[in-house]
Design a binder for this molecule. Sequence first.
Ligand SMILES: C[S@@+](CC[C@H](N)C(=O)[O-])C[C@H]1O[C@@H](n2cnc3c(N)ncnc32)[C@H](O)[C@@H]1O
Length: 390
Amino acid sequence: MENRIREYRKEKNITQEELAGRAGISRKYLSMIERNKTKPSIDIASRLAAQLSVKMERLFFSAPEAGQGNLPETIRYIDLFCGIGGFRYASRQAFEKLGIQGQCVFSSDIDKFAQVSYEANFGEKPVGDITQVDERDLPDFQMLFAGFPCQAFSICGLQKGFEDNTRGTLFFDIARILKEKKPDAFVLENVKNLVSHDGGKTFKTIIHALRDELNYYVDHDILNALDFGLPQKRERIIIVGAKKPFSMKWKFDVDERKTLSDILETEVDPKHYASKEIVEKRKKMHTASAVPAIWHENKSGNISSYPYSCALRAGASYNYLLVNGERRLTPREMLRLQGFPDEFKIAVSDAQMRKQAGNAIPVAMVAKVIEKFVPLAFGRGGEGDERSKA
Ligand SMILES: C[S@@+](CC[C@H](N)C(=O)[O-])C[C@H]1O[C@@H](n2cnc3c(N)ncnc32)[C@H](O)[C@@H]1O
């Protein structure tokens, strides 16, 4: 039996002491319950649920062990804010490992150059503006993927619900699709700062909508592409949700680690190189401790260098990441830093490709998350799995 007491308590800014007092138990005993060291009686459990204003079955739940052998043969999914298909590659890698046939039944991105890249690589043109898509027109699917832009909400109070709180934002479009289509699971990706955005209100609203209004079991963590074998420091929040209870362990084995030497191209077009004078000036200012290294030049011209790249950014200056202080990264190198395979066809200009690569998700990282999460969300047969009782 697992519980989410700590999570709800923190959300409501209640200390252990206060909650224990209100539920008529000692703080020590509450601490043991929170850490799953003891099982409370039904009476205490219901008092805790009442104090936290949450249904008992959502506060306490059994998360079945993943039933790998009982996974569905096919998972139909939709790829929202699809960009250049980072989720498509990540899910393909994960599904292949799990022996599942993945089938993308809908994709959407408003950017016409992203649509060109997506179509060149996956043979289908994503639908444009998602805000103009009626959720009732979407085909049925079991999984939703979305790396959505982070926007502030005009929060009217949690009691008002996501339809009032998030209308006009792109999270609203995810929520209304989940509400109508009720897929078994979803994986969302965003910048790490989503958690602290607007004093934490944005994230609180998102979790509240997914968990308390749309009735998904939800978990999240901040992951770094560097820990997944990609030489790029890129921290992103991943939110996973499923209709059935699950317990996700955010620890991953990495099969393959790539270094900068694996990523960098050997023959590079001279157009990517800075002039001799600029290179000399930079080298006077900075001595790198490693070769190869990516030099990071910030807005005020200060340089630091690492044996990995800082996060690629869509809107960043062309010059902020430099290979050995001498040249810019090529579009192919940027794609490799994000874990896109070399079979990915570059069908747009260098400038567009840089923007699209900077917007994308680290494929290797998200593939690992999906590979671990799908058996938890879809595996059948464990204790507490409603479908196994049918
Ligand atoms: C952070 S990027 C997602 C990148 C993607 N995960 C990938 O791996 O390439 C967000 C995407 O949302 C798209 N977008 C923004 N507003 C949109 C809208 N109203 N409808 C559809 N797509 C939108 C942008 O064009 C952008 O490609």
